[in-house]
Design a protein around this ligand. Structure first.
Ligand code: R5P
Length: 246
Protein backbone atom coordinates (compact mmCIF):
# COMPACT_ATOMS: atom_id res chain seq x y z
CA UNK A 1 0.00 0.00 0.00
CA UNK A 2 1.48 3.33 -1.03
CA UNK A 3 0.21 6.60 0.36
CA UNK A 4 1.59 9.96 -0.70
CA UNK A 5 2.77 11.88 2.38
CA UNK A 6 4.55 15.02 1.22
CA UNK A 7 7.83 15.84 -0.39
CA UNK A 8 10.50 14.69 2.02
CA UNK A 9 9.17 11.26 2.83
CA UNK A 10 6.50 10.26 0.43
CA UNK A 11 5.96 6.56 0.94
CA UNK A 12 4.23 5.14 3.98
CA UNK A 13 5.50 1.65 4.79
CA UNK A 14 3.67 -1.05 6.73
CA UNK A 15 5.98 -0.30 9.66
CA UNK A 16 4.93 3.37 9.55
CA UNK A 17 1.29 2.35 9.45
CA UNK A 18 1.73 0.09 12.47
CA UNK A 19 3.53 2.86 14.38
CA UNK A 20 0.82 5.36 13.53
CA UNK A 21 -1.92 2.97 14.58
CA UNK A 22 -0.05 2.22 17.79
CA UNK A 23 0.33 5.96 18.55
CA UNK A 24 -3.35 6.55 17.86
CA UNK A 25 -4.38 3.73 20.17
CA UNK A 26 -1.90 4.98 22.80
CA UNK A 27 -3.49 8.42 22.64
CA UNK A 28 -6.95 6.92 23.08
CA UNK A 29 -5.87 4.77 26.03
CA UNK A 30 -4.09 7.66 27.78
CA UNK A 31 -6.90 10.11 27.13
CA UNK A 32 -9.60 7.87 28.51
CA UNK A 33 -7.55 6.82 31.53
CA UNK A 34 -6.89 10.43 32.54
CA UNK A 35 -10.62 11.20 32.67
CA UNK A 36 -10.70 8.83 35.66
CA UNK A 37 -8.89 11.48 37.74
CA UNK A 38 -11.82 13.85 37.44
CA UNK A 39 -14.39 13.77 40.22
CA UNK A 40 -17.75 15.41 40.83
CA UNK A 41 -17.77 19.16 41.34
CA UNK A 42 -14.29 19.80 39.95
CA UNK A 43 -13.17 22.74 37.86
CA UNK A 44 -11.27 21.14 35.00
CA UNK A 45 -8.80 22.66 32.56
CA UNK A 46 -9.27 21.15 29.12
CA UNK A 47 -6.12 21.04 27.03
CA UNK A 48 -5.87 20.92 23.27
CA UNK A 49 -4.96 18.23 20.76
CA UNK A 50 -5.66 14.75 19.51
CA UNK A 51 -4.87 12.97 22.79
CA UNK A 52 -6.85 15.08 25.22
CA UNK A 53 -9.64 14.87 22.64
CA UNK A 54 -10.32 11.39 24.01
CA UNK A 55 -10.39 12.72 27.57
CA UNK A 56 -12.89 15.39 26.59
CA UNK A 57 -15.13 12.85 24.85
CA UNK A 58 -15.03 10.70 27.99
CA UNK A 59 -15.81 13.69 30.21
CA UNK A 60 -18.75 14.43 27.92
CA UNK A 61 -20.06 10.91 28.57
CA UNK A 62 -19.47 11.24 32.31
CA UNK A 63 -21.28 14.59 32.40
CA UNK A 64 -24.20 13.05 30.54
CA UNK A 65 -24.39 10.43 33.26
CA UNK A 66 -24.60 13.13 35.94
CA UNK A 67 -21.03 14.25 36.78
CA UNK A 68 -21.01 17.97 37.54
CA UNK A 69 -18.05 19.89 36.11
CA UNK A 70 -16.98 23.41 35.27
CA UNK A 71 -14.48 23.43 32.44
CA UNK A 72 -11.93 25.99 31.30
CA UNK A 73 -10.91 25.64 27.67
CA UNK A 74 -7.42 26.27 26.27
CA UNK A 75 -8.40 26.87 22.64
CA UNK A 76 -11.18 27.58 20.22
CA UNK A 77 -10.98 23.98 18.98
CA UNK A 78 -11.44 22.63 22.49
CA UNK A 79 -14.26 25.09 23.17
CA UNK A 80 -16.09 23.84 20.08
CA UNK A 81 -15.63 20.23 21.10
CA UNK A 82 -16.69 20.84 24.71
CA UNK A 83 -19.76 22.79 23.60
CA UNK A 84 -20.77 20.01 21.23
CA UNK A 85 -20.73 17.65 24.23
CA UNK A 86 -22.72 20.05 26.42
CA UNK A 87 -19.88 20.44 28.91
CA UNK A 88 -20.21 23.55 31.07
CA UNK A 89 -17.56 26.09 30.14
CA UNK A 90 -16.52 29.01 32.31
CA UNK A 91 -14.34 31.90 31.15
CA UNK A 92 -10.81 32.10 32.52
CA UNK A 93 -11.68 35.49 34.05
CA UNK A 94 -14.16 33.82 36.39
CA UNK A 95 -11.78 31.19 37.72
CA UNK A 96 -9.37 31.59 40.59
CA UNK A 97 -8.05 28.07 40.73
CA UNK A 98 -8.47 24.95 38.63
CA UNK A 99 -8.59 21.55 40.35
CA UNK A 100 -7.12 19.55 37.55
CA UNK A 101 -5.95 20.24 34.02
CA UNK A 102 -5.55 17.48 31.48
CA UNK A 103 -3.55 18.25 28.37
CA UNK A 104 -1.37 16.66 25.72
CA UNK A 105 2.33 17.23 25.05
CA UNK A 106 4.68 16.94 22.10
CA UNK A 107 7.68 15.67 24.09
CA UNK A 108 8.17 14.80 27.75
CA UNK A 109 11.50 14.06 29.41
CA UNK A 110 12.24 12.07 32.56
CA UNK A 111 11.93 15.11 34.82
CA UNK A 112 8.51 15.94 33.33
CA UNK A 113 9.75 18.93 31.39
CA UNK A 114 7.91 19.13 28.12
CA UNK A 115 7.56 20.76 24.76
CA UNK A 116 4.04 21.83 23.88
CA UNK A 117 2.43 23.95 21.21
CA UNK A 118 2.42 21.63 18.21
CA UNK A 119 -1.22 22.64 17.79
CA UNK A 120 -0.54 26.29 18.52
CA UNK A 121 -2.33 26.48 21.86
CA UNK A 122 0.73 26.84 24.10
CA UNK A 123 -0.07 30.27 25.53
CA UNK A 124 -3.53 29.49 26.88
CA UNK A 125 -2.35 26.01 27.89
CA UNK A 126 0.43 27.49 29.99
CA UNK A 127 -1.86 30.08 31.59
CA UNK A 128 -4.42 27.42 32.48
CA UNK A 129 -1.74 25.05 33.80
CA UNK A 130 -0.31 27.87 35.89
CA UNK A 131 -3.47 28.14 38.03
CA UNK A 132 -4.07 24.39 38.23
CA UNK A 133 -3.54 22.42 41.42
CA UNK A 134 -2.75 19.33 39.42
CA UNK A 135 -1.60 19.05 35.82
CA UNK A 136 -1.89 15.75 34.00
CA UNK A 137 -0.36 15.20 30.58
CA UNK A 138 -1.68 12.50 28.32
CA UNK A 139 0.72 11.11 25.74
CA UNK A 140 1.40 8.02 23.70
CA UNK A 141 4.70 6.25 24.30
CA UNK A 142 6.46 7.91 21.36
CA UNK A 143 6.35 11.28 23.19
CA UNK A 144 8.64 10.11 26.01
CA UNK A 145 12.22 11.19 25.37
CA UNK A 146 15.55 11.18 27.19
CA UNK A 147 16.28 14.73 26.10
CA UNK A 148 13.94 17.36 24.71
CA UNK A 149 14.64 18.94 21.37
CA UNK A 150 13.89 16.60 18.48
CA UNK A 151 10.46 18.24 18.23
CA UNK A 152 10.73 21.82 16.89
CA UNK A 153 10.18 24.25 19.75
CA UNK A 154 7.11 26.47 19.21
CA UNK A 155 7.51 30.09 20.29
CA UNK A 156 4.55 32.48 20.26
CA UNK A 157 5.51 35.95 19.11
CA UNK A 158 4.10 39.39 18.36
CA UNK A 159 3.33 39.57 14.61
CA UNK A 160 4.59 43.19 14.36
CA UNK A 161 8.24 42.23 14.82
CA UNK A 162 8.28 38.75 13.28
CA UNK A 163 10.80 39.66 10.59
CA UNK A 164 13.27 41.04 13.14
CA UNK A 165 12.74 38.08 15.46
CA UNK A 166 13.24 35.58 12.64
CA UNK A 167 16.50 37.33 11.79
CA UNK A 168 17.74 37.24 15.38
CA UNK A 169 16.74 33.62 15.89
CA UNK A 170 18.45 32.65 12.65
CA UNK A 171 21.62 34.37 13.82
CA UNK A 172 21.37 32.38 17.05
CA UNK A 173 21.46 29.18 14.98
CA UNK A 174 17.88 28.00 15.53
CA UNK A 175 16.82 27.68 11.85
CA UNK A 176 13.49 29.36 12.67
CA UNK A 177 10.39 28.68 10.59
CA UNK A 178 7.36 30.90 10.68
CA UNK A 179 4.40 28.55 11.05
CA UNK A 180 2.04 28.85 8.11
CA UNK A 181 -1.60 27.98 7.52
CA UNK A 182 -1.70 27.70 3.75
CA UNK A 183 -0.32 30.92 2.30
CA UNK A 184 -0.74 32.98 5.46
CA UNK A 185 1.03 32.86 8.80
CA UNK A 186 -0.74 30.62 11.31
CA UNK A 187 -2.62 32.73 13.86
CA UNK A 188 -3.01 31.63 17.46
CA UNK A 189 -6.26 32.23 19.34
CA UNK A 190 -4.62 35.45 20.60
CA UNK A 191 -3.90 36.39 16.96
CA UNK A 192 -0.16 35.99 17.39
CA UNK A 193 2.33 34.16 15.18
CA UNK A 194 4.32 31.05 15.99
CA UNK A 195 7.94 30.45 15.09
CA UNK A 196 9.14 26.85 15.30
CA UNK A 197 12.79 26.48 16.30
CA UNK A 198 15.22 23.71 15.58
CA UNK A 199 17.04 23.65 18.88
CA UNK A 200 18.80 20.31 18.72
CA UNK A 201 18.92 18.48 22.05
CA UNK A 202 18.23 20.91 24.86
CA UNK A 203 20.67 20.59 27.75
CA UNK A 204 19.17 23.37 29.84
CA UNK A 205 15.42 23.82 29.14
CA UNK A 206 15.02 26.54 31.76
CA UNK A 207 18.02 28.49 30.46
CA UNK A 208 16.73 28.32 26.89
CA UNK A 209 13.24 29.34 28.00
CA UNK A 210 14.64 32.36 29.87
CA UNK A 211 16.89 33.34 26.97
CA UNK A 212 13.96 33.33 24.54
CA UNK A 213 11.56 35.09 26.91
CA UNK A 214 14.02 37.94 27.28
CA UNK A 215 13.79 38.72 23.58
CA UNK A 216 11.38 41.61 22.89
CA UNK A 217 8.43 40.27 20.92
CA UNK A 218 8.52 36.78 22.38
CA UNK A 219 5.28 36.16 24.24
CA UNK A 220 5.70 32.57 25.40
CA UNK A 221 7.72 29.47 24.64
CA UNK A 222 6.55 25.90 24.34
CA UNK A 223 8.91 24.79 27.09
CA UNK A 224 6.82 23.73 30.09
CA UNK A 225 9.10 23.32 33.08
CA UNK A 226 8.00 21.81 36.40
CA UNK A 227 4.34 22.12 35.46
CA UNK A 228 3.17 18.53 35.05
CA UNK A 229 2.49 16.46 38.16
CA UNK A 230 1.36 13.32 36.39
CA UNK A 231 1.97 11.85 32.97
CA UNK A 232 -0.40 9.20 31.65
CA UNK A 233 1.36 7.18 28.97
CA UNK A 234 -0.82 5.19 26.63
CA UNK A 235 0.08 2.23 24.45
CA UNK A 236 -1.80 -0.52 22.64
CA UNK A 237 -1.87 -2.47 25.90
CA UNK A 238 -3.35 0.20 28.14
CA UNK A 239 -2.12 3.22 30.07
CA UNK A 240 0.54 3.72 32.70
CA UNK A 241 0.43 6.53 35.26
CA UNK A 242 3.75 8.22 36.11
CA UNK A 243 3.92 10.61 39.05
CA UNK A 244 6.42 13.44 39.43
CA UNK A 245 8.89 13.19 42.31
CA UNK A 246 8.87 16.98 42.93
O1 R5P B 1 -0.80 23.30 21.03
C1 R5P B 1 -1.07 22.13 21.20
C2 R5P B 1 -0.80 21.37 22.41
O2 R5P B 1 0.32 21.74 23.14
C3 R5P B 1 -1.00 19.87 22.31
O3 R5P B 1 -1.38 19.46 23.57
C4 R5P B 1 0.25 19.11 21.87
O4 R5P B 1 0.66 19.59 20.61
C5 R5P B 1 -0.01 17.60 21.79
O5 R5P B 1 -0.99 17.34 20.83
P1 R5P B 1 -1.42 15.87 20.44
O6 R5P B 1 -2.04 15.25 21.64
O7 R5P B 1 -2.38 16.09 19.30
O8 R5P B 1 -0.19 15.14 19.99
Amino acid sequence: MIIQRGLKRNILTLKDLKEEWSAMEGKRQAGIRAAGFVTDGMTVGLGTGSTVYHTILKLGEMAKEGLKLRCVSTSEATTNLAESLNLTLVPMSEVEEIDITIDGADEVDRSFCGIKGGGGALLYEKLVADISRRVIWVVDRSKLVDRLGAFPLPVEIVPFSHVQLMRKLRAMGFSPRLRMAGNCPFLTDEKNYIIDLKTGFIDDPEGLHRQLKLMPGVIETGLFIAMADTVVVGSEDGAEVLESVK
